[in-house]
Design a protein around this ligand. Structure first.
Ligand SMILES: [Zn+2]
Length: 152
C-alpha cells in the first residue's frame, strides 16, 4: 500500500489511506476497488459535509465487501459526532458524491459499452451468443445502468 496525498480526515481519510491508486476527482476520489480484481479505478469515494464517507463500486461490489477487504466496518464510514441531516447537509453530501462518481461512471461506460457493442455486432451478423458471452453482456448492462444513474 502506498501513502497518497489527500486532505481528507475522518472516515474518508481512513478509507483513502488503505486504498490503492487513489486519485482526486472533483470533490471526491476514485481508487482501485479492493473487493474485486479491479484493473481500473471502479471505486468512488466522497465525503459528505456531515463527515460521513460515501463509497460505491461501479463494478457492483457491495459496500460491505469493500469494507471487509479493507478490514473496516460500516460504522467506520460515519464520524463519531451526530450527522448533519439538514436539507443543506444532505444536498452537499449528494453533490460531493455525484462529482466523484462521474469520473468512475465514465470509465465504466467506456469499458462496458465495448462489451455491448461487440455482442451487438455478433447478433447483427446473425450469430448467437454463448452462455459466457451472454452472462458478460448482462453484467455489462447492469454496470451501465448503475453508471447512468450517477450521470443523469
Ligand atoms: Zn468492486
Amino acid at each position: 500500500m502506498h501513502a497518497v496525498p489527500h486532505s481528507a480526515v475522518g472516515p474518508a481519510g481512513i478509507l483513502l489511506a488503505r486504498l490503492e491508486c487513489v486519485r482526486q476527482s472533483g470533490r471526491g476520489w476514485t481508487a482501485r476497488c479492493p473487493a474485486h480484481k479491479d484493473r481500473s479505478a471502479s471505486l468512488s469515494i466522497a465525503e459528505g459535509r456531515n463527515g460521513c464517507a460515501l463509497v460505491k463500486c461501479f463494478a457492483g461490489c457491495d459496500v460491505s465487501d469493500v469494507l471487509r477487504a479493507l478490514g473496516l466496518e460500516m460504522a467506520d464510514l460515519f464520524p463519531p459526532r451526530p450527522v448533519d441531516t439538514s436539507p443543506g447537509g444532505r444536498a452537499s453530501a449528494r453533490d460531493a458524491w455525484r462529482q466523484s462518481g462521474w469520473s468512475a461512471a465514465l470509465g465504466v461506460l467506456a469499458r462496458e459499452s465495448l462489451i455491448v457493442s461487440l455482442a451487438a455486432r455478433d447478433l447483427a451478423d446473425g450469430r448467437t451468443l454463448g452462455d459466457e458471452d451472454r452472462d458478460r453482456l448482462l453484467q455489462a448492462l447492469a454496470r451501465i445502468d448503475a453508471a447512468r444513474e450517477v450521470l443523469t
